[in-house]
Ligand binder design. Structure first.
Ligand code: EPU
Length: 432
């Protein structure tokens, strides 16, 4: 296991390219199981979560080759319908194998993902969706045993949960429905760009999906899907993380290979908080500079196009040294505040109560040894460390390696002083 040593106070500058989206890549890789023809997926970030997914596909019997960001997957007939707990437990997002495995094999055994540090993470909506298409679900020995001996049949399913729509639940239902008999209508579908990217990928494979990106998605089942080529969308959360880094500790950063629409809510918040944000005319680049008089702010996370839960920890780091009182409420994962205790160890003044963090800006943060607890919490700690006085050690770096491609190299290229070193470490856990 590694830790990151960050010497604070060096202003970042320059430009960087954003990687392909981790959260779009995961279901798209799983969807490659829907055909026996080869698919080629480009700009898959080289992070541990995509590597876990590739390992699972290989274990199921698919042949997978990865070379410089492009992954080729071929899943011949006869692949296994059973995923191992050893693999699945490493990554909660492996639940998105459910839809493609059921569509292709009409049966599957999938270990139930446990909870994780950002919350309980139930899968009731995934189960409800596959049952609505005619599958029978039993739980035995920690596994979901799912079968649809008569095949899957399209229907209308409302996917709204208590905390809003579900992203991977929508993905699963869409992937299960593409080869189902008849038409499936998903009501209260997630509108996230990653869902749209998956729908575009499936349509390239020959699926007939309409309405992705809106609250209602209609899927007309087809007999079979074929191979295709696809380039994954830019990672809006990585882009947002660097946008916050630019506002926090830079002389200005130019962040390239982004999609303006996908980061608009983050840009709006930074502008409201007094920072300078300018997009290129084609919306593929954004330049962010710290404002002269940064202002405190208020966030309530919401499903897309609202402010993303995956960007609240990073913004909390910025608010920690922004004058005034800021408020961050997470309606999607109300327990996702582990980073706050660590930020407090660096001198932040934060009170967390009932899904809300109240942050009173301090003049500066000071370096401390801190512990990453999940992917976005670790990003927040890196940001805080870049701005802090002194040298911070961030332990459990494996959390950040799940979702940020070459973060230390990217930071070094922008003038940060960071070093990855070996650490005596514990077990990885599963949060994304
Ligand atoms: N929910 C249910 N029942 C379900 C599924 C979800 O009640 O069956 C609830 C969740 O507990 C949560 C809300 O619905 O309160 C939304 O969760 P969602 O299902 O949308 O989360 P997810 O699809 O499992 C993805 C991302 C997360 C991101 C969330 C929300 C991937 C691989 N993961 O998870 O990303 O936070 O959507 O936008 O796409 C991350 O990248 O750090 C990460 C955690």
């Amino acid at each position: 296991m590694d830790k990151l040593i960050v010497e604070g106070g060096h202003k970042l500058s320059g430009r960087l390219n954003i990687s392909g989206s981790k959260n779009a890549s995961l279901p798209i890789l799983a969807a490659a199981l829907l055909t026996d023809e080869p698919v080629r997926i480009s700009r898959v970030p080289d992070v541990s979560d995509t590597n876990y997914m590739i390992q699972i596909l290989s274990q199921l019997g698919a042949s997978v080759e990865r070379s410089s960001g492009t992954v080729r997957v071929e899943s011949p007939d006869g692949i296994s319908s059973s995923a191992s707990y050893e693999q699945v437990r490493k990554m909660r997002a492996s639940i998105c194998l459910l839809g493609p495995m059921m569509a292709r094999m009409k049966r599957c055994t999938l270990p139930l993902p446990g909870g994780c540090v950002i919350g309980d993470r139930p899968v009731d909506l995934h189960v409800k969706a596959i049952q609505a298409l005619g599958a029978r679900v039993r739980v035995k020995g920690g596994n979901m045993l799912i079968e649809a001996p008569n095949g899957l049949v399209g229907t209308t399913v409302d996917m709204r949960g208590d905390n809003g729509p579900t992203v991977l639940g929508t993905d699963n239902l869409m992937m299960a429905a593409v080869l189902a008999r008849g038409t499936t209508v998903i009501e209260s579908a997630a509108r996230e760009p990653e869902v749209v990217d998956l729908a575009n990928f499936l349509n390239k494979m020959g699926a007939r999906i309409e309405g992705a990106g809106s609250r209602t998605i209609t899927i007309h089942g087809v007999e079979r899907l074929h191979g295709c080529e696809h380039t994954v969308i830019p990672d809006r959360i990585e882009a947002g993380t660097f946008m916050v880094a630019a506002a926090l500790v830079s002389n200005g950063l130019r962040i390239c290979r982004i999609c303006r629409e996908h980061v608009q809510s983050i840009a709006n918040l930074l502008v409201e908080c007094g920072h300078s944000v300018e997009f290129s005319a084609d919306g593929t680049e954004v330049s962010v500079k710290p404002g002269e008089k940064p202002l405190s702010g208020k966030i309530t996370t919401a499903p897309y196009p609202g402010y993303p839960t995956d960007m609240q920890a990073q913004m909390t780091a910025l608010f920690s040294i922004t004058p005034g009182i800021s408020v961050v409420k997470d309606t999607i994962f109300p327990q996702r505040f582990m980073h706050c205790s660590e930020l407090k160890r660096m001198g932040a003044n934060i009170k967390v109560d009932n899904g809300t963090a109240i942050i009173t800006g301090v003049d500066s943060l000071s370096a401390a040894p801190v512990m990453a607890s999940d992917l976005r919490a670790s990003a927040a700690l890196v940001l805080a460390a870049l701005a802090a006085e002194g040298t911070t050690e961030i332990h459990r770096l494996y959390h950040i390696d799940r979702g940020y491609e070459m973060l230390d190299d990217k930071l070094l290229s922008l003038g940060a002083v960071v070093k990855r070193v070996r650490d005596v470490e514990e077990e990885p856990c599963n949060e994304a």
